[in-house]
Design a protein around this ligand. Structure first.
Ligand SMILES: CC(C)(COP(=O)(O)OP(=O)(O)OC[C@H]1O[C@@H](n2cnc3c(N)ncnc32)[C@H](O)[C@@H]1OP(=O)(O)O)[C@@H](O)C(=O)NCCC(=O)NCCS
Length: 166
């Protein structure tokens, strides 16, 4: 398996994969593929990593710049998806490891909204006062690279449609 940057020919496959992987998730909105398209169109896909095996795209991770409170310099992970027939083979872990490796050099830390049962294994956790409007605080997670506790609203790129103050 190879983890590589998205290339221009990948965009349709990425959209299909995001939709396939998230369709069974109760919290999915059905707009996640569109979010990736909007980020791409806006030049805001700071990371767009594809997992490829035998020429097929089987996993994908998007990363974009985010703010926590007034603090710029955070990397927002999501969506992260793996083809359902390839779950539990370490593909999500490999994509996340590469994203964190790259961002350690350039970001204060990484953040996301997701299941602490999964993302805890990478060191993500909730922090007091770390919020996203409308989300339970236990799913708003961060991994500060210098260990400093982040506090405030995790402000996503407008493509996520969260109606936050950018
Ligand atoms: C979540 C997801 C990306 C994980 O990818 P993956 O390649 O299957 O993950 P890995 O193989 O690296 O890790 C699998 C491990 O995570 C665990 N795991 C997967 N989803 C989990 C969850 N929601 N809660 C707790 N553990 C979870 C598996 O049980 C497995 O544990 P094990 O290694 O102890 O057996 C994949 O299941 C997926 O695409 N799910 C649907 C989309 C989604 O939920 N994306 C995240 C929100 S955007």
């Amino acid at each position: 398996m190879l983890i590589r940057n998205e290339t221009p020919g990948d965009s349709a496959t990425i959209g299909w994969l995001v939709t396939q992987a998230l369709r069974l998730l109760p919290e999915a909105t059905g707009t996640e593929a569109r979010i990736v398209e909007k980020l791409r169109a806006d030049g805001a896909l700071a990371l767009s990593l594809v997992a490829e095996d035998a020429g097929a795209v089987i996993g994908y991770l998007a990363g974009s710049a985010a703010r926590i409170g007034t603090q710029d310099g955070w990397g927002l992970i999501g969506p992260l998806v793996v083809l359902p027939s390839r779950h539990r083979q370490g593909i999500g872990t490999a994509l996340m490891a590469e994203a964190l490796r790259r961002w350690r050099a350039s970001c204060r830390g990484a953040a996301l909204v997701g299941d602490p049962g999964y993302y805890g294994r990478f060191g993500f956790r909730a922090f007091p006062g770390l919020t996203v409007a409308g989300c339970p605080p236990e799913v708003v997670l961060a991994l500060p690279f210098d260990g400093t506790a982040p506090r405030g609203e995790l402000v996503h790129h407008p493509a996520f449609g969260l109606d936050q103050q950018a």
